[in-house]
Design a protein around this ligand. Structure first.
Ligand SMILES: [Mn+2]
Length: 371
């Protein structure tokens, strides 16, 4: 028997206001659709006995019409060839209010689709497998009740547990999200030794135990995931193999922070030019400048920095000022605090028109005055 374990496709995710001129769609949103397409292609190529999606199919509880259309198109392709598709809802796709309803109600109408999304335990029997599903539960009581309902029906069958959350309360598997679900070691709680535990939520492939597996995500939703590969897991029970298969996604690169305490603006530009490489083509790149001197910060030009990296898809800049004894404010990204922006503006004014120093002194006095 062969099955595919995938998760965290986050369809509908979008960021950075960059539009694809040919489609009019946010490019980051499109990246997630492309990753989903790669996954569906892989499913059809492997022809597994069934597919498990362990949550966060969509990024939001009320996905856009486009995200729904893309999801349904993929699910239909799998449904059409008769491959059962088992899916659960994760914390990103479970409505907080029941009256909102769930898109999974519609998805479950497809032939060969088995969806658990009602904040309760559900079990599906597919291909001599007992598939025990615990979707994201909005309430702790619902989660507790779900644990207690898990019982293997036919012990001879292959037992699979599918759930979404931070396993065994270990911090390392947490996404740091406010509504994430903390899962105890469910083998201990239920006293059942599952043949395979298919986990979703943590966006990195990791085998907690040989049979307890996070498959990871198909695209990255933050720079914390820069080093994580993207893909899915293929399980072959006869060959006793659990293999990770990477899938292409947009490259994400996190540069080492640059200590700028002794650097002028020109020297910072030089340092950046050394770090700008061809491998950054179409990548998301995170740039961190620390300890920038106040006078240098005023002179740094965000556009000039962008021009050093023309090949990248998006340059995420975080610039922080050197902490002075008085305790200067920390700021991030291209826009400074009001006093910093004010000083930058004053620097651009023509010398002859006014007493620049006096204006600066007076302005800063007002801007930094305690309310
Ligand atoms: Mn997720």
């Amino acid at each position: 028997m062969k099955f595919i374990h995938c998760s965290d496709t986050h369809l509908g995710y979008s960021e950075y206001h960059k539009i694809d001129p040919s489609t009019g769609i946010n490019q980051r949103e499109q990246d997630f659709y492309r990753a989903w397409g790669h996954l569906i292609d892989a499913i059809l190529a492997h022809q597994p006995d069934f597919v498990i999606h362990a949550g966060d199919l969509f990024h939001t509880t009320r996905p856009s019409n486009r995200a729904i259309a893309v999801a349904l198109e993929g699910i239909q392709r799998v449904s059409d060839v008769g491959i059962p598709f088992i899916m659960i809802s994760g914390n990103h796709s479970t409505p907080k209010i029941r009256a909102t309803g769930s898109i999974f109600e519609s998805i479950a109408l497809f032939p060969n689709v088995f969806a658990a999304f009602q904040s309760r335990y559900q079990r599906f029997h597919v291909h001599h497998c007992e598939i025990h599903c615990i979707p994201h539960c909005s309430l702790t009581e619902q989660l507790q009740a779900a644990f207690h309902e898990i019982t293997p029906i036919q012990k001879s069958d292959y037992q699979i547990l599918v759930t979404h959350g931070a396993w065994a309360g270990q911090k390392v598997f947490s996404m740091g999200e406010f509504n994430e679900q903390r899962l105890p070691d469910l083998e201990q709680v239920t006293d059942i030794r599952f043949d395979y535990v298919a986990l979703g939520h943590y966006h990195k492939h990791i085998q907690i135990k040989p049979h307890i597996v996070y498959c990871g995500a198909t695209e990255r939703t933050s720079f914390h995931e820069a080093d994580n590969p993207t893909g899915y897991v293929l399980v072959d029970t006869e060959a006793n193999k659990i293999d990770y298969h990477p899938l292409p996604s947009r490259p994400m690169i996190k540069l080492e922070p640059i200590d700028c305490r002794d650097l002028t603006a020109a020297e910072i530009y030089d340092e950046l030019a050394k770090r700008s490489t061809e491998t950054m083509q179409d990548a998301l790149v995170s740039l961190v400048l620390v300890n920038v001197q106040h006078q240098t910060l005023i002179k740094l030009d965000s556009r000039e920095i962008d021009e050093i990296f023309p090949q990248v898809f998006y340059l995420n800049k975080s610039i922080s000022q050197q902490i002075e004894p008085s305790g200067a404010a920390k700021l991030s990204s291209e826009l400074g605090t009001v006093p910093v922006e004010f000083e930058r503006y004053i620097e651009t004014l023509a010398e002859s028109e006014l007493d620049r120093d006096r204006l600066k002194r007076l302005g800063l006095e007002y801007l930094t005055r305690e309310a």
